[in-house]
Design a protein around this ligand. Structure first.
Ligand SMILES: Nc1ncnc2c1ncn2[C@@H]1O[C@H](COP(=O)(O)OP(=O)(O)OP(=O)(O)O)[C@@H](O)[C@H]1O
Length: 207
């Protein structure tokens, strides 16, 4: 049994190096169940580095990251892992399998419908615009309800207003079921996400 406000993620005294240089120092970051956190900062300020460290994909030079639960996390990187030769539906299934997410046909169908990809489900991904490719990548969020922690690198990139609204809905639903997320975004977040806590990174130190 989990309850609102219970800590989902904590990092303390974190320092990360890339190419032998210190690119991130962060005294403390916490995320509670039911909360979201928006990482902000200029290009190169360390948003991707921090997300990868929080996901356990990058070993910090110092400090500790603590994550709640055996239920795990979902990390969605900025690079679109969408394969040109696969159809929209095949790509989603492949992404779900790679992340060991739900792959039952009904769940996959529901995700395609929700992200308004159903009509294009047989199209090869090479025919998709960048924004539609981003939707294919993000549709896996619908299959990741059981992962309490989502870490998303620039998920709003290339999305039109409708795509942004779909993502905002997915993020809100996750908070309502007591999941939590950390995402980076250069652009302002849609109005549905007003009030989300922001953390500014400043290339080496977090404000
Ligand atoms: N593989 C790497 N080798 C060396 N330096 C790297 C590497 N990856 C990132 N860096 C450096 O680490 C710093 C932080 O990069 P990072 O990608 O985390 O920033 P970011 O805030 O996500 O940037 P952006 O807004 O451009 O996506 C930058 O100075 C970058 O040049």
């Amino acid at each position: 049994m989990t309850s609102e406000g219970q800590e989902l993620l904590r990092a303390e005294g974190l320092a990360c190096d890339r190419g032998g240089q210190r690119v991130l120092s962060l005294r403390r970051l916490t995320l509670s169940r039911g909360a979201g956190l928006w990482l902000r900062g200029r290009n190169g300020s360390g948003k991707t580095t921090l997300l990868r460290a929080l996901a356990g994909l990058l070993e910090p030079a110092a400090g500790e990251v603590w994550r709640d639960g055996a239920e795990g996390l979902l990390y969605v990187g900025h690079t679109l892992a969408v394969k040109d030769d696969l159809s929209v539906a095949e790509n989603l299934e492949c992404l779900a399998e790679l992340s060991a997410l739900e792959t039952r046909p009904r769940a996959l169908q529901g995700a395609l419908v929700r992200w308004q990809l159903w009509e294009r489900r047989h199209h090869p991904a090479r025919r998709l615009s960048q924004g539609l490719r981003r939707r294919v990548s993000l549709a896996r969020l619908d299959l990741a309800a059981a992962r309490p922690l989502w870490l998303l690198d620039e998920p709003f990139d290339a999305l039109d207003d409708e795509g942004q609204a779909l993502l905002a809905q997915a993020l809100t639903r996750h908070r309502l079921r007591q999941g939590g997320w950390v995402l980076s975004s250069h652009q302002g977040l849609p109005a549905q996400l007003d009030g989300v806590q922001a953390l500014w990174l400043d290339g080496g130190a977090a404000a």
